[in-house]
Ligand binder design. Sequence first.
Ligand code: SAM
Ligand code: DTB
Ligand code: SF4
Length: 330
Amino acid sequence: MNQPQTISLKRKTPHPQSGQWSRADIAALYDLPFNDLLYAAQEMHREHFDANKVQLSTLLSIKTGGCSEDCGYCSQSHHHEGAKAKLEGLEMLSVPEVLASAKVAKENGASRFCMGAAWRGPKKKHIDELKQMVIGVKALGLETCATLGLLLDGQAEDLKAAGLDYYNHNLDTSPEKYGEIVTTHSYEDRLDTLGKVRKAGLSVCCGGIIGMGEAREDRVGLIQQLANLDPQPESVPINSLVPIDGTPLEGIDSLDWTEFVRTIAVARITLPKSYVRLSAGRGEMPEAMQALCFLAGANSIFYGDKLLTTGNPEVERDKALFAKLDLQPL
Ligand code: SAM
Ligand code: DTB
Ligand code: SF4
């Protein structure tokens, strides 16, 4: 009797000569029958990770709203005039405020605390306070992460010296699609900051958003960019677009859920040693879909009742989901 050969026919490693992932190889993974793709991803996952352990990161918006950039998905841009989208620009939180939140995250069981700011990038005057935040969060026994936008020369080194572990800076979509979503900075600008982060010796957290009206080719292009970063990012957040009223992406057609799960699986196969984070949008995902994402190789989540400006499943709900799936926090 013929045995199905679909998995072994597709490449699960980068091109042997170039060491690079081609778009064709990534597209071929997406094209696998759903069950074959999940099986291949779970197999890869088990080669590198304990399949029942999930890393927990908690987010805090340390500077909310009023951002100069025009990212079409974002609630915090001052360019989006829609009544509900326009968040008032707030001042940066104080060091004690940030440390009080980090303490709660630690008590709830998070291992990493990620501080996010809505601006193009930090100004010189912010660096001292940012460093104090990093020092204080680290002293609580948490890993530290910051997502502060584009960095100027020397800023990554300053943050590293304070003890920053990770810097999050997403590529968000394919290079071709990026200019349709954001016009105030370029893909090259993003890559430049990622280079600075790596050069300073920080761990890289870099991923994207799925469901912005992009074609599968754009998802392939995003994964190709991430997989061909050398070294690959330690952490890869895959966000499902949270549509925000009043933003250009407000009414975008939602993507079928299987395409999101496929993206997690393709990320797992092409980024075998990275933590793949099931990120924004979990609040709207049924538990069964989240379970499939874990089966597809997601092994990190944002944990805590809020992301930056939108909701996330409550801590108690996540604890119950972990109990049902026999998952343990890392
Ligand atoms: N301002 C910084 C920057 O742009 O890098 C840091 C914060 S920004 C909000 C971080 C990431 O959050 C974005 O790159 C994007 O991937 C994600 N994000 C923002 N709004 C989102 C939304 N509505 N749905 C899904 N992901 C979103
Ligand atoms: C990432 O990839 N996702 C997080 C974090 N990095 C900074 C942000 C998600 C934001 C979701 C929309 C909001 O809450 O405003
Ligand atoms: Fe939102 Fe960051 Fe873009 Fe500002 S730079 S609009 S905070 S995603």
